[in-house]
Design a protein around this ligand. Structure first.
Ligand SMILES: [Zn+2]
Length: 199
């Protein structure tokens, strides 16, 4: 499995269960019906090839996962994991589910197969890919996002966009200052990285 480059595993590199996706696709259909259990299968693919699947069912207020797990070259092991769901009211009516992390009890929308069990990203200490990008790169992105927000082209090669109609000068000037800050900072950051500037 990918996602283990440069130390920390990334959120994007491990199998993930999204509670809203499961809900939309009917996996919790019988959650509130006593004695009824909806069976399901979740399949993952990696580069277009099957990369494992798990069986799911609901049972007396729990969402049960069954799958095979193996660490390194060891034998396959059958794993059964029960996950409690929490339902909260939505602003526009209806209810939405949340997972309760089996390890820390956090209410989360996504669980990750960082190891044997599906747990929240805090428990597996997962980082987002973007958090692993070098600082100067993230600063540059912030500068570019301001250019895009104003309807301009992102990049130092492009001039800063004109003030859009209807935007207050105060807002525009603030965005320009922010842009300048991030743009300068990103060049300094890149300079440090390349050893041109001493930190
Ligand atoms: Zn957790």
């Amino acid at each position: 499995m990918g996602g283990y480059r440069g130390g920390k595993q990334t959120v994007e590199g491990v199998k993930c269960l999204d509670v809203n996706w499961l809900n939309r696709n009917g996996y919790f259909k019988t959650y509130f019906t006593p004695g009824k259990s909806a069976l399901g299968t979740v399949r993952w693919t990696y580069n277009g090839n099957p990369s494992g699947d798990i069986r799911t069912r609901t049972e007396e207020g729990r969402f049960i996962l069954e799958y095979k797990y193996r660490q390194g070259g060891e034998d396959w092991e059958e794993v059964t994991q029960g996950i409690s769901l929490i339902w909260t009211s939505c602003n526009y009516g209806g209810q939405r589910p949340w997972f309760t992390c089996s390890n820390c009890g956090r209410k989360v929308g996504k669980l990750y197969a960082g190891s044997k069990y599906f747990l929240c990203r805090h428990c597996y200490n997962l980082v987002y890919q973007s958090q692993r990008e070098p600082l100067h790169y993230r600063l540059m992105n912030k500068a570019h996002n301001i250019q895009k927000k104003l309807g301009g082209h992102p990049g130092s090669a492009y001039s800063f966009p004109e003030k859009p109609k209807g935007m207050h000068w105060k807002t525009y000037n603030r965005l320009y200052k922010e842009y300048e800050f991030y743009d300068n900072a990103s060049w300094i950051g890149a300079g440090i990285k390349m050893g041109i500037i001493e930190p």
